[in-house]
Design a protein. Sequence first.
Length: 280
Amino acid sequence: MLVSPKVFLRDHQKKEFSKQRTKVKETHLFYSPQIAHGICELPEDEAKHAVRVLRMQEGDTLTITDGMGYFYEAHITLASKAHCAFAIDKKWADHKLWQSEINLAVAPTKNIDRIEWFVEKATEIGVDHIYLLLCDNSERRVVKNERLEKIAISAMKQSHKAFKPQISLMTTFKDFLKKDHNGQRFIAHCYSPEETEAQGEMSHLSGRNFLGDLLKADEPSTVLIGPEGDFSIREVKEAKAADFQPISLGESRLRTETAALVAVHLMYLAKRIKSINEEK
């Protein structure tokens, strides 16, 4: 059977990508964002882990990601207690396992452990951008982004990805709506049509307007998830005025962090890129 050059090239690229990912899985992955700017030294915490914990020495091989889509193979040129310099031997691009963009905006929970759990699991699944919202009913009004960044980095390394999600500083709901949001826009809430005064709108818990049935693989998608007390009716109306479509995540009433993770997973499933074996 004849195969077109285009199909052959695509399959060849996928096979090479699969080989590279297998190689990454077999080694410890380090994170060094400065490498993209020509700085060939691990951050202090990564350097200490390499030298003190893993007992790595000069000449040993490192596998590094910049968190922006690239892996690097390097060898250590200097190893001391707090420093680990290296020289790059090879660089290759990772490929996202999903098309377009997965964006999730969520109001952080009162118990910060629960939103930290969400950031970890969403990073493992795959997400491009996490927005933190300050809403009318928010119980948590302050979040330490540095802590969430560390959790995202750890999850990225653990799941062998080269893409670290962007985590935005907390912003008010109104200011978030003013931003440019390309592609599909959705909001999940628990109000009935009568409460939001929207004629013909389908109830959130009815199972209709299910997010999984509305998502498009080739368009960016943004989903809004409210705080534990839900969005206010005013916020729901403002979101709809900004072309955010009310959706359901199923018939069960979910906690904030659970709803956020379900939304991320549904977006991933709708946009995921099939492997070679699945296409055969």
